[in-house]
Design a protein around this ligand. Structure first.
Ligand SMILES: Cc1cc2nc3c(=O)[nH]c(=O)nc-3n(C[C@H](O)[C@H](O)[C@H](O)COP(=O)(O)OP(=O)(O)OC[C@H]3O[C@@H](n4cnc5c(N)ncnc54)[C@H](O)[C@@H]3O)c2cc1C
Length: 449
């Protein structure tokens, strides 16, 4: 503890230790089902603070792990100093160069708001409260990824404090092997203080969500999968959801089981509507939020929950989105829903996600799977049996294994070996041994076997 008391006196920012009144609030993750008890929680004010934290943790034989929000929180963090990067709040937009620079404390919603009116978009995730750096380091599948690629591949440069406490700027010129690892290998390689990502042109955006009665679920999924094949640049998230019979759920969906389609088209409304028409020709939607929108309103398209909640999740890559898979997905979802499964969705892949040009510059590489499956159980009620709820989906994914999955889509208890082929995992392990031979920097997804 002496080391940590000394550290506190060196920091401009704050350090909270177990037993102190602020400790429980400071250690809480977005996923309230994760009970993490770090050795300390640090909120550095600047890069010098981060350097002091890494050096002090190393001297004390502790690890260091950065967690902006904890949507991906996993391990118990025993013996680890948890870094909250909230004070790294820089957002700089260079429209001319098409570059966005964000500090490690910035969530996507705030960054995207700054892009309104610029004619540029970034490869953000669907949830405004997910951190930009966390999503980019861990792969990142955006509703724009079929058009422009996975988020990790849009990373131009990373500012980090490495395991020895040195502040470095990493890019293709300064350390090609390390920037490769940072593009999808997650938080194992340093405490990142800022990243620069590429921006992409978008004069107009159209999208939103449709919900259909579950009775039409198989047909809607089949139509959605066909649309995904025919229009490889269209952002599509296709799934199933059971909404609780609670007042917080709006009336058309309250207490219902539905098939859902979220769609994002980079371009004009008429073309976007023509794609949606292929779905509404199959069945009449019970809810429809399709609209032209600006990049700052992307969150409204997915309309995902943002408040912290206790969550169990499972994600995997699926080989091909075909007619047989649509029927199996509905059966697996309904079997899981009997045990509390609330939603499953499949992000269509293809398009720029499978682009081989430049794929060797990023650990995420080019993905040739059909889709990323993602599912969640909200553990609101102690009677919910999460393993039983997720089991039918695990079995389904095991029957249809895809090429690789980005770590942002992995659930708890997984490693990078669950995401990537062996040669990628071995190269990530080699980079880790070079930049952090003592294993000071910890991440939610370790390398794995
Ligand atoms: C509702 C919801 C919607 C989502 N939507 C998408 C989506 O559309 N696309 C997608 O790809 N993913 C999505 N995700 C997954 C999300 O990207 C991951 O959970 C990811 O971990 C980011 O979450 P976070 O901001 O809470 O990061 P945290 O869970 O706080 O951090 C995750 C890990 O990232 C690393 N890390 C984060 N910041 C730093 C840093 N500054 N330096 C070093 N390492 C760092 C650490 O290893 C940390 O353990 C979603 C998740 C949820 C819960």
């Amino acid at each position: 503890m002496g080391h940590l008391e000394d550290l506190r006196s060196q920091l401009t920012g704050t350090l909270v230790l177990p037993g102190e009144p602020e400790y429980d609030a400071a250690r809480a993750a977005w996923n309230l089902a994760v009970d993490q008890r770090p050795a300390a929680v640090a909120t550095p004010a600047d890069v010098a603070d981060v350097q002091a934290i890494v050096r002090a943790a190393r001297a004390a034989g502790l690890g260091v792990s950065t967690q902006p929000n904890g949507h991906g929180a996993d391990a118990d963090l025993e013996g680890v100093v948890l870094v909250r990067p909230s004070r790294f709040d820089e957002i700089t937009v260079d429209v001319e160069a098409s570059v966005l620079r964000v500090g490690a404390g910035v969530n996507w919603g705030r960054a995207l708001a700054r892009l309104d009116g610029t004619g540029r978009i970034a490869l953000a995730g669907s949830n405004p409260e997910v951190n930009a750096v966390a999503l980019a380091l861990n792969g990142g599948q955006s509703m724009f990824s079929r058009r422009f690629g996975l988020t990790a591949r849009s990373v131009i440069a990373v500012d980090l404090v490495d395991a020895s406490g040195e502040a470095r700027r990493i890019d293709d010129a300064s350390d090609p092997d390390l920037i490769w690892a940072l593009r999808g290998g997650g938080g194992l390689f340093g405490v990142v203080t800022a990243i620069e990502v590429a921006l992409f042109p978008a004069d107009a955006l159209f999208g939103g969500s449709l919900a259909f009665p579950i009775e039409s679920g198989v047909e809607v999924l089949r139509a959605g999968f066909a649309l995904a094949r025919d229009v490889p640049e269209l952002g599509l998230d296709l799934g199933l959801a059971r909404f609780p019979d609670l007042p917080l759920v709006p009336p058309p969906l309250r207490g219902r089981t539905v098939a859902t389609v979220a769609l994002v088209h980079v371009g004009d409304e008429a073309t976007g509507r023509s794609y949606a028409d292929r779905l509404t020709a199959v069945a009449a939607p019970v809810a429809d939020t399709l609209t032209a929108f600006t990049i700052g309103s992307l969150a409204a398209v997915a309309a995902e929950p943002t408040a912290p909640m206790p969550n169990a999740d499972f994600g995997a890559a699926i080989d091909a989105l075909d007619d047989a898979f649509a029927a199996e997905l509905v059966d697996a979802f309904l079997a899981g829903a009997d045990h509390g499964l609330m939603r499953v969705s499949v992000r269509a892949l293809g398009g720029a996600i499978a682009d081989e040009l430049g794929a060797d510059l990023a650990a995420v590489g080019a993905v040739h799977a059909g889709g990323f499956l993602n599912s969640g159980v909200v553990l609101l009620d102690p009677s919910i049996d999460a393993p039983a709820a997720l089991r039918p989906l695990r079995e389904l994914a095991a029957r249809h294994p895809g090429d690789r999955v980005v770590p942002t889509f992995l659930g708890r208890g997984t490693t990078l070996a669950d995401a990537y082929p062996r040669e990628v995992v071995e190269r990530l392990a080699a980079v880790k041994r070079r930049v952090d031979p003592d294993g000071v920097i910890r991440a939610n997804r370790p390398i794995g076997a």
